[in-house]
Write a protein that binds this ligand. Structure first.
Ligand SMILES: [Cu+2]
Length: 429
């Protein structure tokens, strides 16, 4: 999923910087958008809250619910060592999205063991965005949710995720940490101050989970960088082989003969290697030639959201926006141009946590009702697919009938930068 920075470009970055600046300037308003730093819990015996999933559980339920498994002395001394470790966040290029946290093969391939006081750094090695999310003592947040005032309004990005939530120092396992890489940060570093095992996940990719086990210095079995690097190479080779097999077997349309010679075609919008952390963020096939009057149906067969979006031809059409910036009362905000003064209504909104701006689905994330493509206007499926952390309703299929000859291009607004684009060529009958 491509969120804030890419989708809205400089817009949201400037909003984010603006909000951050504003919050710094008016310290007590910190709860407005910056995720609050919960009070440090001095009670190791505290039972973490387990939140029931709001939808069907993912195929591989993330185990990130249990923070500090092992109670540690509240004042455990930090080791003086400055040990560091780099963990890979995803691999692959373009549409081949390897969605693994790459860790140590002896800890399941996605876990690491570090000495207390070690700093672990996460860095993205793919063309896809990911979050690194340690829930701490909080429930795992959903990504796209209904607007609370009225669920019939377009969905929105969970405000808790609008800005990164970062540790303010060495992390004791209690506070919520979440950042989207490489947009919020190119790298996320966390220094682990407390002994325990900490599970984490990517909010966007089901099954993309990892763990950090923090042990007293001198404990055997500490993960080495060489072990992680070797695991990364091995996993990349496996995933590339899986991707090759997917392209060899699924990169073709299904055609069904329809009435009066008008056929019905099926195109995959994304797919995955079943049960493992490989998504193909592409239309399969990406190029399709149909006859005038045929209908094309796009379907999603993996746990991801996509859009099928034809942009309007010419300069007069509306842009296809995934999001727009909006106040809870429905007012659409015009974002400030980079380097310019923010609009007064935005500053006013920021003063009140109840009116903080949101990223609400724009026209490209909403379904076009007209099922007949005219070759001119903007047409979009809206979000289609399925995802355990998207709680706005989504359908899995969308169809369009092509009566106008020509070649027409479309994209997935969420994965366009990974190359998720297609063309439909309509031949006159
Ligand atoms: Cu997509």
């Amino acid at each position: 999923m491509r969120r804030v920075a890419v989708v809205l470009g400089a817009l949201t970055a400037s909003i984010g910087a603006l909000i951050a600046t504003f919050v710094v300037l008016t310290a007590p308003v910190g709860q407005a958008q910056v995720a609050p730093v919960p009070p440090v819990q001095p009670t190791p015996a505290q039972v973490p809250t387990v939140q029931a999933p709001t939808q069907a559980p993912p195929a591989q339920p993330p185990t990130a619910q249990a923070p500090a498994v092992q109670p540690a002395p509240a004042q455990a001394p930090l080791t003086q060592s400055r040990a560091a470790l780099r963990v890979y966040v995803g691999q692959g290029t373009g549409s081949i999205a390897q969605e693994d946290f790459v860790g140590d093969p002896i800890y399941g391939g996605n876990g690491v063991r570090v000495a207390q006081g070690t700093t672990v750094t996460w860095a993205v090695e793919s063309d896809e965005l990911h979050t690194v999310t340690f829930p701490g003592n909080e429930p795992i947040p959903n990504v796209f949710i209904p607007q609370p005032e009225d669920p019939s309004r377009p969905g929105m990005l969970n405000p808790q995720l609008l800005l990164a939530s970062l540790p303010t120092g060495a992390w004791d396992g209690s506070s919520f940490i979440s950042a989207e890489l490489p947009t919020d940060l190119t790298e996320l570093s966390i220094t682990f101050s407390r002994i325990g095992k900490y599970n984490y996940l990517c909010l966007y990719h089901v099954g993309m989970v990892g763990s950090v086990e923090v042990v007293p210095p001198g404990t055997p079995g500490i993960t080495t960088q060489a072990a992680i690097d070797a695991q990364a190479s091995a996993l990349d080779a496996i995933r590339q082989g899986q991707a090759d097999l997917i392209y060899a077997t699924r990169n073709r349309p299904t055609r069904i003969e329809g009435p009066r010679g008008a056929d019905l075609w099926f195109v995959r919008a994304g797919t995955d290697w079943r049960g493992e952390n490989l998504d193909i963020q592409a239309f399969l096939p990406s190029a399709l030639t149909v006859g005038q009057g045929d209908t094309v149906a796009w379907y999603v067969d993996h746990l991801q959201p996509h859009t099928v979006t034809f942009r309007a031809n010419g300069a007069n059409g509306p842009p296809a926006n995934l999001f727009q910036l909006q106040l809870p009362d429905g007012t659409i905000l015009t974002p400030p141009a980079p380097g310019s003064e923010p609009p007064p209504e935005l500053l006013a909104a920021l003063e009140d946590p109840n009116s903080a701006p949101r990223l609400v689905f724009g026209n490209g994330a909403l379904r076009t009702n007209n099922p007949i493509y005219d070759g001119q206007g903007m047409y979009s499926s809206g979000l289609i697919g399925e995802h355990p952390r998207i709680t706005v309703p989504m359908e899995k299929v969308w169809a369009l009938t092509f009566n106008t000859p020509g070649t027409f291009q479309y994209v997935c607004l969420l994965h366009e930068e990974q190359g998720m684009k297609g063309t439909i060529t309509v031949q006159a009958r």
